[in-house]
Design a protein around this ligand. Structure first.
Ligand SMILES: [Zn+2]
Ligand SMILES: [Zn+2]
Length: 294
């Protein structure tokens, strides 16, 4: 059997013939659809089970990672963003617990066990509790601080209730710890993305990038929005993001243009085909010409 492809495939419907596995209604041509790849029964290989993108987005935890989606790079930027947002929201809803549901404290006993790594949480170490919704005291589970930040990297320790009652030394070492953790994450992301770009960097792609760079410097006014950016430390990521966005927009500009022209050509063909029926107008023209030249 062929190698399994990525678990998901994203594309614009090539026809209006497929229907959504979730809501059973048809997927219109050119609508964004997401296909779950399944082993085909009719042939040796895999085939996508198509869904409206919107129907997938309504369900949680369908797409676990952007790397699971074949063809995402080829989508319009807005659609890339919506899938990215879905994946990011998904990973945070499954692990991030609302701050009000968490508490941080120094463990007074060694009885609790970390829910994440199943090791005992020793007396005197800082631990974080989380509470599962609607389960009262039974729903409380304990975590080592570093296990908690692994599980829920987007929750900032400073905002968890009980933080204020920690000793200054604990606060300092914990915030240093979480800062280091997040900065490392950003770096990893940047390197992996640029490595990926390098891997696909054909000459054609390079040309596109330099084109979009040129456009970028020409349209300086549009980049003034940078003061709205919440995080200046992330500047390199934002720069890369902007480039990818420009590149995608450029590509789709060309595709849209092409579509317009193809439609015009098709239209012209249709008009020419209809020319047989419009002999009347041709006759009219000749008639008019005749009258004017008599
Ligand atoms: Zn649907
Ligand atoms: Zn642990």
């Amino acid at each position: 059997m062929a190698n399994p492809p990525k678990p998901w495939k994203a594309e614009y419907a090539k026809s209006g013939r497929s229907s959504c596995k979730t809501c059973k209604s048809p997927i219109d041509r050119d609508q964004l659809r997401l296909g779950k790849m399944v082993a085909a029964t009719q042939f040796d290989g895999y085939m996508p089970m198509w869904n409206h993108a919107g129907c997938i987005f309504k369900k949680q935890n369908q797409i676990k990672s952007l790397d699971d989606v074949e063809g995402i790079d080829l989508l319009r930027w807005e659609d890339q963003k919506s899938i990215r947002k879905y994946v990011e929201d998904g990973s945070s809803t499954s692990t991030t617990v609302a701050n009000s549901e968490c508490a941080i404290e120094v463990s007074q006993t060694s009885r609790a066990t970390c829910r994440h790594c199943s090791e005992k949480i020793m007396k005197g170490t800082v631990r974080v509790s989380t509470k599962a919704e609607g389960q009262g005291a039974r729903g409380i589970s304990w975590h080592h601080v570093n296990c908690f930040t692994t599980m829920s990297p987007s929750t900032s320790l400073e905002k968890i209730s009980g933080w204020d009652s920690l000793s200054p030394q604990d606060k300092e070492s914990l915030s240093a710890f979480s800062r280091k953790d997040t900065s490392k994450k950003t770096e990893d992301q940047v390197t992996s993305r640029s490595a990926k770009r390098k891997a696909v960097g054909s000459d054609e792609q390079k040309a596109k990038v330099s084109k979009s760079e040129k456009r970028n410097s020409a349209g300086k006014t549009s980049t003034n929005g940078s003061k709205d950016e919440p995080n200046h430390g992330d500047f390199s990521t934002i720069g890369l993001e902007k480039k990818l966005e420009e590149q995608s927009k450029l590509l789709w500009d060309i595709k849209d243009q092409l579509k317009i022209h193809v439609t015009t050509a098709e239209l012209r063909e249709m008009l020419e085909a209809n020319g047989q029926d419009s002999t009347g107008s041709e006759y009219d023209l000749r008639d008019r010409w005749n009258r004017n030249h008599d």
